[in-house]
Design a protein around this ligand. Structure first.
Ligand SMILES: Nc1ncnc2c1ncn2[C@@H]1O[C@H](COP(=O)(O)OP(=O)(O)OP(=O)(O)O)[C@@H](O)[C@H]1O
Ligand code: SF4
Ligand SMILES: [Mg+2]
Length: 329
């Protein structure tokens, strides 16, 4: 079996508030193989962003990882000092966020920011960094890169800024790219262009990618594996084809059937009935129980663990997964 590039195990993250604690991530485990693209889906507040921010050491406020490991190669990212992690982030792991305006420095020329991404990590010298910035701008589809190098972020459209962020994220040839809703802020046509750019870069570089998305069309067109999160836990994880053929968690079945046909413009995951709440206690029973049409008493008494379904590389946290598959099939 191929050695995973990233292995996250039993990750727990909390946010302490004056009066209580929010249990944002509650025992998340997943792996990313070399060259693999993992899509993380799930509705708002399910802990998708906090999971990756925890791994990257980018938690804000009172966020704290309380348990778990995140091995990148042989290094546990969660044990590194701030400086060591900063060294890996941006060099070995590229990161793209939803809103490039908050990630780009408004007072610095675009080209200088791309150069800085390389110079900070001593990836190349100054002259080579300049040449490479021009090449990268060209590669991500910015016309007239020599002139554009000297522009500031406000002189670029949203789509162009996201292209610049992508250029910065891949500047040091990372092995892994982590993208949190990279196209959500863009209009549909630009979304497709940015995604096809990501697809091209992923193929030419054979990078692994973790992409968080609300858009099921993105997940199914772009990813090798789908991981569904709910209440800070992984509900299901399977290779794309297996996931589409045999969804085994009632929440995944609900997500799948809530999707308007691919090809229409709105492919965004619609919430299924019920609401998600901020968890002020760690889940002790199935977190989906109040919204599940298949719930039984046992679902209130135990916390379903992620278990392998059949012989496939298909993992699910539902007591009745086999029946779910039979019903859906
Ligand atoms: N800085 C913070 N302080 C307090 N709570 C937070 C903070 N960031 C996230 N949370 C809480 O952690 C939980 C998980 O949030 P997270 O941002 O991971 O959700 P998400 O799945 O990425 O949702 P979305 O799809 O809306 O981006 C939520 O209950 C959220 O309110
Ligand atoms: S464990 Fe029970 S409540 Fe939870 S998803 Fe499965 S059937 Fe539904
Ligand atoms: Mg998020």
């Amino acid at each position: 079996m191929v050695q995973a590039l990233l292995t996250v195990e039993n990750l727990h993250t909390e946010f302490r508030r004056a009066e209580d604690v929010i249990y944002a991530v509650n025992g998340v485990s997943f792996t990313v193989a070399p060259g693999e693209t993992l899509g993380i889906v799930g509705e708002s507040g399910s802990g998708k962003s906090v999971s990756v921010l925890s791994v990257l050491g980018l938690l804000r406020g009172t966020g704290r990882v309380t348990q778990g490991t995140a091995r990148f190669g042989s290094t546990d990212l969660l044990k590194l000092k701030r400086r060591q992690l900063e060294d890996i982030r941006g060099r070995d792991i590229g990161v793209i966020f939803q809103d490039p305006m908050t990630s780009l420095n408004p007072t610095m020329r675009i080209g200088d920011q791309i150069m800085e991404a390389m110079l900070t990590h001593h990836f190349v010298g100054r002259k080579a960094a300049y040449n490479r910035s021009i090449e990268l701008l060209e590669e991500v589809g910015i016309p007239d890169p020599q002139t554009r190098f000297r522009n500031y972020p406000f002189e670029f459209s949203g789509g162009m800024r996201q292209r610049v962020m992508i250029a910065m994220a891949v500047a040091c040839e990372p092995q892994l790219l982590i993208a949190d809703e990279p196209t959500t802020a863009l209009d549909v046509t630009v979304q497709m262009q940015v995604l096809s750019l990501l697809q091209k870069l992923r193929e030419t570089r054979r990078m692994s990618v973790v992409i968080i998305t609300h858009d099921f069309g993105v997940a199914t067109n772009f990813c090798d594996r789908i991981m569904v999160m709910y209440a800070g836990k992984v509900m299901e994880s399977a290779p794309l084809e297996e996931f589409l053929k045999r969804p085994a968690h009632p929440y995944s079945v609900g997500l799948k059937s809530s999707i308007i046909e691919v090809g229409q413009t709105n492919r965004v995951l619609l919430p299924i009935p019920g609401t998600t709440q901020q968890l002020t206690e760690p889940p002790r029973s199935c977190p989906f129980v109040d919204r599940c049409t298949m719930a039984q008493d046992a679902c209130r008494e135990t916390l379903p663990q992620l278990r392998q379904l059949g012989g496939a590389d298909h993992w699910v946290a539902c007591l009745r997964a086999e029946e779910v598959v039979r019903h859906a099939g």
